[in-house]
Write a protein that binds this ligand. Structure first.
Ligand code: FRU
Length: 502
């Protein structure tokens, strides 16, 4: 099916999330804040709404919520597809692609060389530059700049290292089928020398893709920096298919040393639940962070889909949304450094003045209650619940009679789950209907959830962002109820606030 022949009504176009107008997208690429604007480039098929013809699409936003689509930024040709990568602002014009007074943006992307091209079947790293703030791009004439003779070497994230070992560019990329992150160093973005490798470690149930490496202060203390290495893998996530894991440790300018490795080498299947996950849901992949975000904030966006069924989700003429942007911070939890994630962005343009539905101290005993006045299709829900003796309790979102998406907590099992088996259209792919589970612990005896609901998604930030679950759903537009429930005993909703978005 081509975009031009798509006939399905655009029922699922998100209100809070980016999706291309009428084409396919996957991984976010080249995320950068530049000249007061957030730039989101992405893996894009400019000609269709399934994967292919990989090029970099482009959108910008002032607030991380409202996006404007621009012409395709870097286009594939007969030699190469333009696979994932990143962009840096080359302030000192180290590359020579700009001038001292007008330094360039430089994109480092993976050339996926096509059959019959000069580098038939190889993946190598290439450059393109922009002298107009990211709107038009020119490929470097001496591409590729880093070729290992590998068919699985991809997804370069470039960071500026300024530390004890000096000041230079570092490339963090993968040898995907070796479950290895490979690090290189450069002074001009054109010539690269090897630094070190990391992996295999922890989750290795699928190829490693789209890595990132960044420092974060622990508990807000700038004197106590830790380095975080994120690695997406596909398949092999905690609830099957695509997912992202992270390691916390140190980077000395040459080597990343992990303090959170559970298994060296190939994973022990029994230990999957002990690894650190960026998200426990089915639809959070290829997560990567912005370069140069204001105030040193670490902001990430992921592709909201899963390679198990990505090309089949029932949206048209576009296919695949991005997730909300998240702010990432590092906090000590039960004695261990762990990521905390909160949705970020300015939603004020879309929301009513304040919560339009609110309740307090509602006791639920073995019942389901549809909440009068709470219905909606695009909402933020904030809820705090104390379980008392209920076996399970939670919410039913985008509901309609018996159907809906269940977000359930089971205190005796220390779990939270999303059950999307009756969430709406689920039969477009056999891998889609699912119950997806994450570990969770009560804090002072209760549970706090912030949930963003959109036309085709549910994003859950539990316990103030300690655990996140991101899931696509495809409810009928008339499924708008919000219900709360308790099974096998009593649970008390201490507070529940709903903000409706336009
Ligand atoms: C991840 C990925 C990347 C690759 C891109 C191709 O989803 O497979 O490794 O660069 O997608 O579209």
């Amino acid at each position: 099916m081509t975009a031009a022949t798509a006939t399905t009504a655009d029922t699922y176009r998100p209100a809070l999330h980016y999706a291309a107008r009428n084409t396919w997208l996957n991984d976010p690429n080249g995320l950068i804040f530049h000249d007061g604007v957030y730039h989101l480039y992405y893996q894009n098929n400019p000609l269709d709404n399934v994967w292919g013809n990989m090029s970099w699409g482009h959108a910008t936003s002032p607030d991380l919520v409202t996006w404007t689509e621009h012409p395709v930024a870097i286009v594939c040709d007969e030699e190469e597809d333009i696979f994932s990568g990143s962009i840096v602002f080359d302030r000192s014009n180290t590359s020579g692609f700009g001038t001292a007074s007008a330094p360039p943006l430089v994109a480092v992307y993976t050339s996926a060389f096509k059959t019959g091209s000069a580098h038939d079947g190889l993946q190598a790293q290439s450059l393109a530059y922009s002298r107009d703030g990211g709107y038009t791009w020119t490929k470097h004439t001496a591409n590729p700049v880093l070729n290992r003779g590998s068919a699985e070497f991809r997804d370069p994230k470039i960071i500026r290292y300024d530390g004890g070992a000096g000041s230079y560019w570092v490339m963090v990329a993968v040898e995907a089928t070796d479950f290895q992150v490979v690090l290189y160093k450069s002074h001009d973005l054109k010539s690269w020398e090897p630094l070190s490798t990391f992996g295999p470690a922890n989750a290795t149930g699928g190829v490693w893709e789209c890595p990132d490496l960044f420092p974060l202060p622990l508990d807000g203390d700038p004197e106590n920096l830790r380095w975080v290495l994120t690695v997406n893998l596909n398949p092999g996530g905690p609830n099957n298919g695509s997912a992202g894991q992270y390691f916390i440790g140190d980077f000395d300018g040459t080597t990343f040393t992990s303090a959170t490795t559970v298994t060296e080498g190939l994973q022990d299947p029994a230990r999957l639940g002990e690894y650190q996950w960026l998200d426990w849901g089915r639809d959070y992949y290829a997560a990567v962070s912005f370069t140069d975000a204001p105030n040193n904030r670490r902001l990430m966006i992921a592709w909201m889909n899963n390679w198990e069924y990505a090309n089949h989700i029932p949206t048209a003429p576009w296919r695949s949304p991005m997730t909300l942007a998240r702010e990432i911070s590092l906090h000590t939890i039960d004695g261990q450094p762990r990521l905390i994630q909160t949705a970020t962005g300015d939603f004020t343009a879309l929301s009513s003045a304040g919560p339009s539905f609110t309740l307090q101290e509602l006791e639920l005993s073995d019942c389901t209650r549809v909440l009068d006045g709470a219905a909606g299709t695009v909402q933020r829900i904030d809820i705090t619940v104390t379980p008392e003796n209920a076996e399970e309790f939670g919410l039913i979102l985008r509901g309609n009679g018996a159907h809906g998406t269940r977000v359930g907590l089971r205190p005796s099992q220390n779990t939270i789950h999303v059950d999307r088996r009756t969430s709406g259209n689920t039969n477009f792919h056999e891998a889609f209907p699912s119950i997806d589970t994450a570990p969770i612990r009560p804090v002072n005896g209760s549970y706090q959830l912030t949930i963003y609901v959109d036309h085709c998604s549910v994003e859950i930030f539990a316990q103030n962002g300690q655990v996140t679950i991101t899931e696509l759903i495809f409810p009928t537009p008339t499924s708008t109820d919000v219900a709360v429930y308790a099974i096998g005993g009593t649970a008390t909703i201490n507070s529940l606030d709903i903000t409706q978005y336009a």
